[in-house]
Design a binder for this molecule. Sequence first.
Ligand code: AMP
Ligand code: ZN
Length: 110
Amino acid sequence: MEKDCIFCKIIDKELPSDFIYENDRLVVFRDINPHAPVHILIVPKKHIRSINDLTEEDNEIVSELISVAKDMAKQESVSESGYKLFFNVERGGGQVIFHLHLHLIGGWKR
Ligand code: AMP
Ligand code: ZN
């Protein structure tokens, strides 16, 4: 666990959050400031600062983030209507929490 990392504290249940799913390697919770009707974050338990810090040994977890995102989209009923998956990378890319996380947003009326 990284000192002063909000997401590490959420993962360790030191801070509350709206948990949706958890396994040994990752957690999924609702974004506190949603930008869409459905806005969830898929977060590895391992503290990795950003996409820039990934190494080959992280390939499996990155793959799992995406496959869990697919399952969460189905569970949140946005699979058919469609959704976006994205990583913000470093400050210029809009990243404000420096613990890797995959955003899933969707659920807009069309
Ligand atoms: P990013 O800009 O990619 O670093 O995204 C960080 C996201 O984390 C933002 O969408 C925030 O609304 C969200 N966030 C910040 N603090 C919390 C929290 N305590 N619980 C849930 N989501 C959070
Ligand atoms: Zn962290």
